[in-house]
Design a protein around this ligand. Structure first.
Ligand code: F6R
Length: 366
């Protein structure tokens, strides 16, 4: 049942090239420049007329929502707010019938997300679900939706659900960006082609496994860990930190790299591993100067870099390479080494990787 892998989590990490392909199969026709999604096509005006999109979710799904905020705003020029479902539902939020609410949930059973959906519906919003489990409560409670088609996710720590949620949300943003004229024709086609290449690039990123295992062995006894990223990769830093804490029980925090000097930099000494996502897109130069600041305080630097990188390599203690892609698609690749790093550390510490203490796969009580 684990397909020859030692744990479900490892199996599910390795399933990502296929899972992402399953997510866009029948939806993405790159050569023809077509994205077909029934849930969007049937409700197109709701999306094109939306004054804003509010995303509600919990945990890893909330992180996917944060990535989607960058994707929707950049590719479709639609304002987005991302909310913890638990906060949204009790906040008396301002919602109108011009709002589209997107609820993201792997299990489709998360109590807070379900309650947030009910509230948004009462206030007249159009509610769209992005779920993995077919026929789940959230899938049934929403007006329309798109499944991730990632296949069953058994490991409690979410992996392929995250990357497939981002894939679905990217498809939606590209489709809306095209229709709204926010994306040029050439940009649109370029994105479609690059998205189609993501599964093989994920496959390539997975090949760093042995190197990542070696890095894991060096840092497995750390008491704390910091994850930094900017832009699209700031939420990936949050997700990397969540993966580490939930399965290895090592305290970890994710931050936008520039926030370092507003507090967390005080934590840095020669015992502190800092994982920095520093791909050669977006604010690369700024991330490199953040790395210099960590280095001058003797922090241990693990850089997640683009293949062929030289600047970070000179500064970092270790680099882990991912293939090059468009900036908006980098989270689909930078997430992979962070999943593997957490996995190997947890295994080395002899933790129960697939069923970490105190956690449940679906959180059906608030
Ligand atoms: C983290 C994790 C949780 C879930 C969260 C939401 O690895 O699994 O943080 O992401 O409980 O669950 P869903 O997506 O089922 O609503």
């Amino acid at each position: 049942e684990k397909g020859g892998y030692e744990h479900f989590m490892l199996k599910e990490i390795h399933e990502q090239p296929h899972a992402i392909k399953d997510t866009y199969r029948g939806r993405l026709r790159a050569k023809e420049g077509i994205i077909k999604m029934a849930g969007i096509d049937d409700n197109l005006e709701k999306f094109t007329n939306a004054s804003r999109i509010i995303i509600v979710a919990c945990g890893t799904s909330w992180h996917a929502g944060l990535v989607a905020e960058y994707i929707f705003e950049n590719l479709a020029r639609i304002p987005v707010e991302v909310e913890y479902a638990s906060e949204f539902r009790y906040r008396n939020p301002v919602i109108t019938n011009n709002d589209v609410v997107i609820a993201i949930s792997q299990s489709g059973e998360t109590a807070d997300t379900l309650a947030a959906i009910k509230l948004a519906k009462e206030k007249g919003a159009f509610v769209f679900g992005v779920c993995n489990v077919v026929g789940s409560s959230i899938a049934r409670e929403t007006h329309a939706g798109a499944y991730t088609h990632a296949g069953p996710e058994i490991g409690v720590a979410s992996t392929k659900a995250f990357t497939t949620q981002i894939t679905v949300l990217t498809l939606i943003a590209l489709k809306l960006g095209k229709i709204k004229g926010a994306l040029s024709n050439s940009d649109y086609h370029y994105h479609l082609q690059e998205l189609e290449l993501i599964p093989e690039k994920v496959e390539k990123a997975l090949k760093s496994d042995a190197h990542i295992k070696m890095v894991a062995d060096i840092y497995k006894d750390a008491k704390n860990c910091l994850y930094l990223g900017r832009g699209y990769n700031f939420p990936v830093a949050l997700e990397g930190a969540l993966k580490l804490k939930e399965i290895s029980y090592i305290h970890a925090e994710g931050y936008p790299a520039a926030e370092m000097k507003h507090g967390p930099i005080a934590l840095i000494d020669d015992q502190m591993p800092v994982i920095v996502i520093a791909v050669n897109k977006g604010h690369y130069e700024k991330v490199v100067s953040n790395i210099e600041e960590i280095k001058s305080r003797s922090g241990k630097i693990i850089g997640i870099v683009t293949e062929g990188d030289t600047s970070v390599k000179k500064l970092a203690d270790h680099v882990i390479e991912v293939p090059e892609t468009l900036e908006s698609l980098t989270p689909l690749l930078t997430t992979i080494p962070l999943q593997l790093l957490s996995y190997h550390i947890a295994v080395m510490l002899e933790k129960n990787v697939d069923q970490p203490r105190n956690l449940a796969k679906s959180v059906t009580v608030e």
